[in-house]
Design a protein around this ligand. Sequence first.
Ligand code: GRF
Length: 231
Amino acid sequence: MSSEQITHSLDNIRLGVLLSGRGSNFVAIQQAIENRQLNRAEVVVVISNHADTAGLAWAKSRGLNTVTLEKAGFENRNAFDEALAEILQAYQVDLVILAGYDRILGAAVLSAYSGRILNIHPSLLPAYGGKGMVGHKVHQAVLENGETESGCTVHLVTELIDGGTVLGQTRISVQPDDTIESLAARVLAEEHRLYPRLIGEFILQAFPHKFTIENKGSTHEPETLSDKSLA
Ligand code: GRF
């Protein structure tokens, strides 16, 4: 590289993962990172609002930073959310990834990370979203309504529950003999593909300055995020 080139910071985008349980989407994201399919991102902290979750245990087994932040330790929702925002900022998180996080985010985190919080939901939003539409309730409602399609959605998180801009979806067919469990399993398998891929795409779009090398007077196209396709 000549001295005439200015290389912008090629630091990784620092992901802060929030989870509450199993953490299979987090595992899919971390595995994509470890497989160099998301090689401009790193998970800098995994935060769980419940102790002893499988997701937290897996994060520890990978040597990642983990934090347990339980609501019992706080006077009210605002105090909890302020503490959460402080932790994310202390780890210099660029992008917040909700991965099965079962608490509604409050103003402190939403304002500190406006436009930089992603979530995945196990339906084709706006259908089957909103307060209370979580876990198997989503798939049960899809089956009860005789839907022929379902799927999953990655979206930006705002104060509207499941109402932020949709970044992408995967559609699947609902089979006549589907049960809640079989439908949930097929949707989850798609979640594991969709979420890492869309995080990669979002990073390129939302943090373009991280991927740009400038010559005097000209700017190259951003480099691609992955060495491998995440299709
Ligand atoms: C997933 O179905 C996701 O869509 C929803 O919560 C579930 C989390 O599962 N937001 P896991 O903890 O990632 O396995």
